[in-house]
Ligand binder design. Structure first.
Ligand SMILES: Nc1ncnc2c1ncn2[C@@H]1O[C@H](COP(=O)(O)OP(=O)(O)OP(=O)(O)O)[C@@H](O)[C@H]1O
Length: 276
């Protein structure tokens, strides 16, 4: 079995009805059901990921990328109705149906999520080091010096000055805050990291630094990753394979080089042509 296998993933905001599947998606050109008004953020998504592999998920704003990422990251259900199965290797259980405690432990240990918005990923009033330490403490670390040492190690790994460890995170630059998020996600040596729009809100040179840091760590640690972005450049740089989403459906998938150089779907061709 792959490191992660997902089948039939679906997220619907609203009541949903029998027509939702048929009346939404690429063929109908909308993700909103004309009968009941529900938004089918993603549907019929199957994917798998091998150890150390990077999968890119690309698509325009509203295509369903974040909804899909939240399902894969086993985030608590905040809104909408979800369906489908997410399985990790050596575990037969559908983790979307697992109890809160199991999902919480997996989110702390096996799966690290880097949120699109800093405010969802960090507590800005806490110190940068405290934000990372929180992940360790919630997975059972207790010895103060061990925690401090692990945080120092993660700061060095993500190229954040260790001397800033005890400063509040709101005093960090945007690029540093993003790297603190990456350090947090890496804290407990996860098998998988999910990055949702890792370059949002950063200017171009800072984006490049964040992506370089992530790419180096991903390769050194051989950690698998799912990278969600509307930016083809980000996915092209990081991902071995790519899924293209539109109106809540995966419309094309394949090796990143193939998708970029020989896109089969008209929409992918348009996406690629628009950035050349
Ligand atoms: N809490 C919610 N309630 C209702 N509709 C929602 C909610 N969250 C997302 N949606 C809708 O679901 C669809 C998919 O949204 P999603 O955020 O997953 O897309 P996205 O591709 O990640 O977009 P972006 O890049 O802008 O974040 C959109 O039409 C969005 O308006």
């Amino acid at each position: 079995m792959s490191l992660l296998e997902a089948t039939g993933l679906q997220k619907v905001y609203g009541e949903g009805c029998d027509a939702c599947q048929e009346r939404t998606g690429d063929r109908t050109g909308t993700n909103q059901c004309p009968v009941c008004g529900s938004v089918v953020a993603c549907a019929n998504v199957d994917l798998n990921l091998e150890t150390g592999e990077v999968l890119g998920i690309v698509g325009e704003s509203g295509s369903g990328k974040s909804s899909l990422a939240e399902l894969l990251a086993l985030e608590p259900e905040t809104a909408g109705n979800q369906d489908g199965a997410v399985q990790l290797a050596e575990c037969d259980e559908n983790l979307l149906d697992a109890d809160y405690q199991t999902r919480h432990e997996l989110r702390n240990g096996e799966i690290g999520l880097v949120h699109q918005h800093i405010r969802d990923g960090l507590t800005l009033e806490f110190t940068g080091g405290g934000n990372v330490a929180e992940k360790l403490l919630s997975s059972g670390w207790r010895n103060y010096e061990d925690v401090r040492e692990r945080v120092r190690e993660l700061f060095r790994e993500t190229e954040i000055p260790v001397s800033r460890m005890d400063d509040p995170a709101h005093t960090y630059s945007g690029g540093m805050q993003r790297r603190v998020q990456i350090a947090r996600a890496l804290a407990n040596d996860p098998e998988l990291i999910i990055l949702d729009e890792p370059t949002t809100g950063l200017d171009v040179s800072v984006q490049a630094r964040v992506l370089d840091v992530f790419r180096r760590i991903q390769r050194e640690e051989d950690v698998a990753a799912i990278v969600v972005s509307h930016d083809l450049g980000v996915v092209r740089l990081l991902a071995d394979r790519t899924l293209v989403m539109r109106h809540g459906r995966v419309i094309e998938s394949g090796l990143t080089d193939r998708v970029m150089e020989d896109p089969h779907h008209e929409y992918t061709q348009t996406l690629i042509n628009s950035v050349i």
